[in-house]
Write a protein that binds this ligand. Structure first.
Ligand SMILES: Cc1ncc(COP(=O)(O)O)c(C=O)c1O
Length: 448
């Protein structure tokens, strides 16, 4: 065995050597691998045969459960008919149909949809659209983008520039886009720990946008991008009135408001989009994940008609927006999308998510007082518990709770010292309650 083929001391097997895993502590994982074998409905089966509940719907992306027969059938049929079609200068009807269905679901039938393959691509696309929109209207100085601390907008250079999670940014600074500023995040445990749903405190934090506008001048700002609910950083719920304030300030200054709905889109809050839940409409909406139950990678941007029209001014034979991906509107992804929307409608799954939300809320808040728990947060069919970190080993507590929960048959998500859950919409109330009890038992076995 030479130096390059030698196993890392922590690795048990050469079979795990080649894949450099994403957002994973590779050495820790490879020393004690957790392998998934198959999935059906709301459950994964692990390599060792254990069946575990999918507490986060995959990575917030499979709310209909795995291998839904309707989606499997639609994708199988599609691959036999049209496995791929170029989307540059050619089209296929299903992509137009899915775009229409998405605008209808969003209650914005005049809007347009641009397809991409992931949330990260959706974000970078929306940022480019915002800057190019102002330029197309002769407002070329509007290039600055305002993101938010603790925001997660994927891992593209644009997304990490406007994002606000330090480890995702710090190694890449020279490559990140310039001219970005950040709103403060809205999490303040002293004011809002154990809030049920939206915290009462904190709407005034949106006024920070006025301060940023005063600093840079509105004429230099293209857009503000926020997740309506900050999911990946650990379910940070917007204070009551906060998003409306952001909307009002953006409107006042001619700044576009982008909602990154990669997690909240397609039912997670019990409404089609987060915009519906909060009663605040953005100008652009990024989406991915649940749009097609994550069966085949798909994302997109929902765009106000007026923004689209601003591009449609040059000669008709000229490309209006020099942007797109080889796999934009991939036929398999689109087929899965249409099938997903059919299933959501036929099985009334967004209403089901709304009906399950109080069960999740009650269960998760019952964990207050259990060992380690210093906060519980929830909104729609999403919740998180914040754990007291182990001294000198941040993140370790959540790893231990994750492992203990897995032993209880519950596959939760951990990030930092936060445990997040967002069960599939197809879950029963009993399954959600059992998930909470599994987490409770896990909290009790992990040493303080
Ligand atoms: C709000 C938000 N935006 C963007 C992304 C990035 O999506 P992807 O991992 O598909 O690139 C995510 C992923 O979790 C997200 O939560």
């Amino acid at each position: 065995m030479n130096a390059t083929t030698q196993l890392h001391p922590d690795n048990q097997s050469d079979a795990l050597r080649a894949w450099w895993m994403p957002f994973t502590h590779n050495r820790y994982f490879k020393a004690a691998p957790r392998m998934v074998k198959s999935a059906k409905g709301a459950y994964f089966t692990l390599e060792d045969g254990r069946r575990v509940f999918d507490c986060l719907s995959g990575l917030w992306c499979s709310p209909l459960g795995h291998s839904h027969p309707h989606i499997v059938e639609a994708v199988t049929r599609q691959i036999q008919t049209l496995d791929f079609a170029p989307s540059f200068q050619m089209g296929h009807q299903a992509a137009f149909d899915l775009a229409t269905r998405i605008t209808q679901l969003a209650g914005r039938p005049q809007d347009r949809v641009f397809f991409v393959n992931s949330g990260s691509e959706a974000v970078d696309t929306a940022l480019k659209m915002a800057v190019a929109y102002h330029r197309a209207r002769g407002d070329a100085a509007r290039t600055r983008i305002i993101g938010r601390e603790r925001g997660y907008h994927g891992v593209g250079m644009g997304g990490i520039s406007v994002g606000g999670i330090a480890p995702n940014r710090k190694m890449f600074h020279p490559l990140m886009i310039q001219g970005v500023d950040h709103l403060p995040h809205t999490y303040n445990p002293a004011q809002m720990a154990f809030s049920v749903g939206q915290p009462e405190w904190g709407a005034h934090l949106a006024d920070e946008l006025e301060r940023i506008v005063a600093l840079h001048d509105a004429s230099t700002i293209a857009a503000v991008i926020v997740e309506p609910m900050q999911g990946s950083t650990g379910v940070i719920v917007p204070p009551k009135g906060y998003l409306q304030k952001l909307r009002d300030i953006c409107t006042k200054h001619g700044i576009l408001l982008i909602f990154d709905e990669v997690i909240t889109g397609f039912g997670r809050l019990g409404t089609p989009f987060g915009a519906d839940f909060f009663g605040v409409q953005p100008d652009l909406t990024t989406f991915a994940k649940a749009v097609n139950n994550a069966t085949v990678p798909l994302g997109g941007v929902l765009v106000r008609d007026a923004i689209y029209e601003a591009f449609m001014t040059g000669p008709a034979h000229m490309i209006e927006f020099f942007h797109g991906y080889t796999y934009s509107a991939h036929p398999l992804a689109v087929a899965a999308g249409l099938a997903t929307l059919d299933v959501m409608a036929e099985e009334n799954l967004i209403a089901k998510a709304a009906a399950l939300a109080p069960v999740l809320e009650k269960g998760m808040h019952s964990l207050k007082g259990e060992p380690h728990v210093i906060d519980v947060r929830n909104i729609g069919l999403a919740a998180a518990i914040e754990l007291a970190p182990t001294a000198g080993a941040p993140g370790m507590k959540a790893i231990n709770v994750f492992q203990a929960a897995l032993n209880e048959g519950q596959m939760v998500r951990f990030t930092g010292d936060i445990i997040a859950v967002a069960p599939p919409f197809i879950s029963s109330a009993a399954e959600v309650e059992e998930m909470v009890e599994g987490i409770r038992r896990a909290l009790r076995v992990v040493p303080v």
